[in-house]
Design a protein around this ligand. Structure first.
Ligand code: MD3
Ligand code: FE
Length: 220
């Protein structure tokens, strides 16, 4: 047996996992959050003690099936008054919890791998799905600067992500997003319609019957 000190510099064994282009500006980094999953989930738990999970009400009066919370300098909220980013959690009347270092590090590393060096997220929306929970097709356009990408991190049960086009009627492609998958949505993909199909039941070793998704944004 011989050991090659330079193994990691070999072209056949890249130091970074392969990135898979999904669409113009959208890159999937399969499994890159797996090594951090326990730390990320401990931080999610701490956030939800100060800013509990809640089912927000859309301006149309519908209760969302996805439970949400936020961390960072602003949080995405919806209520009878509309959609907005708010520095204050309306439930607690306090600032949202700070963005943990584990979150920020993963988001900036993933963005840089996808060609968005210098991404500085100021908001992280945290979504919790139970079996049957879905997110209908929408665009994310409440952020100030669409030049910044959105970075999403999937944890727990796998989901079928629906990735549409620039018009709501464009037929979406279905992409399976599993535990540890990170997707960077920039460029022309930034304003694409997207959603999540009803979550299939299952039993994940870390999260049981849940899926948790983190989306990092430059909102302000
Ligand atoms: C493509 N969340 O929070 S993450 C959302 O799985 C949201 O919880 C979904 O859509 C979830 O707004 C999807 C992937 C994602 C997030 C934002 C995007 C894809 C995107 C913004 C633009 C284009
Ligand atoms: Fe979205």
């Amino acid at each position: 047996m011989t050991f090659d000190l330079f193994d990691n510099l070999d072209d056949a064994t890249p130091a970074t996992p392969p990135s898979e282009p999904l669409a113009d500006g959208a890159v999937v980094l399969r499994g890159i959050a797996r090594p951090d999953a326990e730390a990320l989930l401990a931080d999610v738990h701490a956030i939800t003690i100060a800013a509990p999970w809640r089912h927000m009400i859309t301006p149309g009066g519908l209760k969302m099936s996805v439970a949400m919370t936020n961390c960072g300098h602003a949080g995405w909220v919806t209520d009878a008054g509309g959609y907005r980013y708010d520095p204050i959690d309306p439930l607690s009347g306090q600032l949202w919890p700070a963005m943990p270092a584990s979150f920020r590090h993963l988001a900036t590393t993933a963005a840089a791998q996808a060609g968005f060096a210098g991404f500085e997220p100021d908001a992280c929306l945290i979504n919790r799905y139970e079996p049957g929970t879905r997110l209908s097709l929408h665009q994310d356009r409440d952020e100030r600067d669409f030049n910044a990408p959105i970075v999403s991190v999937s944890l727990g049960l796998p989901a079928i992500f629906l990735f549409g086009g620039m018009r709501r009627a464009d037929p979406p492609q279905r992409v399976r997003l599993a535990h540890g998958d990170v997707v960077v949505w920039g460029g022309p993909s930034r304003l694409a319609f997207h959603g999540v199909a009803p979550l299939a039941d299952g039993d994940h070793p870390l999260l049981g019957r849940l899926r948790i998704n983190l989306t990092f944004r430059k909102a302000l």
